[in-house]
Each structure stands twice: as structure tokens, then as C-alpha cells.
Design a protein around this ligand. Structure first.
Ligand SMILES: NC(=O)c1ccc[n+]([C@@H]2O[C@H](COP(=O)([O-])OP(=O)(O)OC[C@H]3O[C@@H](n4cnc5c(N)ncnc54)[C@H](OP(=O)(O)O)[C@@H]3O)[C@@H](O)[C@H]2O)c1
Length: 233
């Protein structure tokens, strides 16, 4: 069987850093993206030669376009996208500047919009796109002070999954959004200092691998909560 190729964004630390090697250990070629090339180099050393890293700022449309063109020029075909990169700025609503809002919308929403658009010609059929959302952006979930821009950007990303699933169905491309609850990472510490998450980044990486490879048989256009508890409980 031909090996599959997965793009994993936000692979330089946290959940993405744990997800990329899981794909590699299961025989996939992995294209690991983030800005911090030194950390990505460590990922490649630890995760094996099936991981190829590239420093791409996903808030920069030109960098995404250049990277995706390179893939297309080399004939790289893609089976899975795990769009996991994300940015959280924890500030009360009245202190959030327009810049803060734009930065989070760029990193959490437009990154996915542009990446999927630019990679669309390289996607195999079937393919599965998994957008990593947040419980903060899941309708009806508990909401927390300081996370209005972050949660709003993740809510928009979730609805994008529903819309894209419809538009891409004709090409046998399935799209889902997983709204994660607390996972022990640097970002969690920034959002909820001192809170101890019930799930490690490694455990979540395993789940993301499994869902990406198997979940498209059962889910399309779904916004799924992946959460044991919230920091209020
Ligand atoms: N941890 C949680 O409890 C939790 C809960 C709900 C949802 N999530 C979501 O899960 C995802 C992973 O979270 P995490 O906790 O692992 O976060 P993290 O430890 O802060 O890692 C975030 C990753 O995103 C990358 N990134 C950020 N901005 C980027 C940009 N402009 N271009 C390219 N890469 C960028 C970072 O790499 P560079 O800095 O090297 O670019 C890093 O690899 C995020 O989307 C987050 O919103 C996490």
C-alpha cells in the first residue's frame, strides 16, 4: 500500500509536536509546519526521517502560498491535513486591541482558510481535513474571561469545517472540527495558569492521529467536542 502523507501544523511544540511522530510511526510521510525551525529540527531528529519540517508563518499569506507552490511543483499529494496551529492572547475584552483580534483571527482562522485553499490542488481524493478548534468556540460551552477573541476565532474555524465539508464533498474530501478541552501544554498554562489538565499532549496526539485516519468514515462536516471536563469543574 502506498504510504499516506499528512500535513500537521503547529508541530513545534505541544499537541502538534506529539501528533506528527504518531503519524510517522504508523508509516505516514509527515509535513510538519510551524515558525520555530530549531524546534522542528528537534522533532525531525526525534521523530524519524519520515518527518519533513518547514518554517512557515501561517499568519503570512505569502509564506503559505510559496510553501504550497513548492509542494505542488514537486508533485506531492496530500491525504490528511491536521490544522492544529493556534494563538491565544489572554486579555479581558476591554483590553484587547484590534491588533490582538487580527492576530488571533489570522493565526486561528485565516491560516486554515489559506492553507486549505492553497493545498486544494494537491489533495488526494479521498482526503480528510481536521481543524483543531476549542471548547471555548463550541456553542453552549462554558465561557471564560479573557478568551473572547480566541474563542470567537475558534468558533469561526468550527463553522468553516461545516461549510467546507459541503463544498468539498464532490471531491471526496471530508472536513471536521475537533473542539478540544484542556490538554497540558504551554497554551493551557497561558489560558488557565495553575490548572492541571486531565489529558497530556501525547495522549491527544494519539487521538488526533486515530481520528484523522479513521474518523472520516463516520464523520463529515461535524463540530465535535473532545473534552472530559472544563477548568470551572
Ligand atoms: N492545550 C489546550 O488545552 C487546548 C485546548 C483547546 C484547543 N487547543 C488548540 O490546540 C492547538 C494546539 O494547542 P497547544 O496547546 O499545543 O498550543 P501551543 O503549545 O501554544 O502550540 C501552538 C503551536 O502553533 C504554532 N503556531 C502558532 N502561531 C503560528 C503561526 N503564525 N504560524 C505557524 N505556526 C504557528 C506554534 O509554533 P511556532 O510558535 O513555532 O510557530 C506551536 O507549534 C491550538 O490550535 C489550540 O488553540 C488547545
Amino acid at each position: 500500500m502506498l504510504s499516506k502523507t499528512a500535513v500537521v501544523t503547529g508541530a513545534s511544540r505541544g499537541i502538534g509536536y506529539q501528533t506528527a511522530p504518531k503519524f510517522a510511526s504508523e508509516g505516514c510521510e509527515v509535513l510538519a509546519l510551524a515558525r520555530s525551525i530549531e524546534k522542528l529540527d528537534v522533532l525531525c531528529e526525534e521523530g524519524g526521517k519520515q518527518i519533513t519540517a518547514a518554517a512557515v508563518d501561517l499568519s503570512d499569506a505569502a509564506q503559505i502560498a510559496a510553501y504550497c507552490k513548492k509542494l505542488s511543483d514537486t508533485g506531492t499529494r496530500i491525504d490528511y491535513i491536521v490544522h492544529n496551529a493556534g494563538l491565544l492572547i489572554n486579555k479581558p475584552f476591554m483590553e484587547l486591541s484590534d491588533r490582538d483580534w487580527y492576530d488571533m483571527l489570522e493565526a486561528n482562522l485565516m491560516s486554515g482558510v489559506r492553507l486549505i485553499r492553497e493545498l486544494s490542488a494537491s489533495l488526494n481524493s479521498p482526503a480528510h481535513i481536521v481543524l483543531i478548534g476549542s471548547m471555548g468556540g463550541f456553542q453552549g460551552s462554558s465561557k471564560f474571561p479573557g478568551l473572547s477573541a480566541y474563542s470567537s476565532s475558534k468558533a469561526a474555524l468550527a463553522v468553516l469545517a461545516e461549510c467546507l465539508a459541503t463544498e468539498l464533498a464532490g471531491n471526496d474530501i471530508r472536513v471536521n472540527c475537533l473542539c478540544l478541552g484542556a490538554v497540558q501544554t504551554e497554551m493551557l498554562a497561558q489560558a488557565f495558569p495553575g490548572f492541571k489538565a486531565p489529558v497530556s499532549a501525547g495522549e491527544m496526539g494519539e487521538f488526533l492521529y486515530d481520528f484523522t485516519v479513521n474518523g472520516s468514515r463516520f464523520f463529515n462536516g461535524k463540530i465535535l467536542p473532545v473534552s472530559l471536563s472544563d477548568p470551572k469543574s
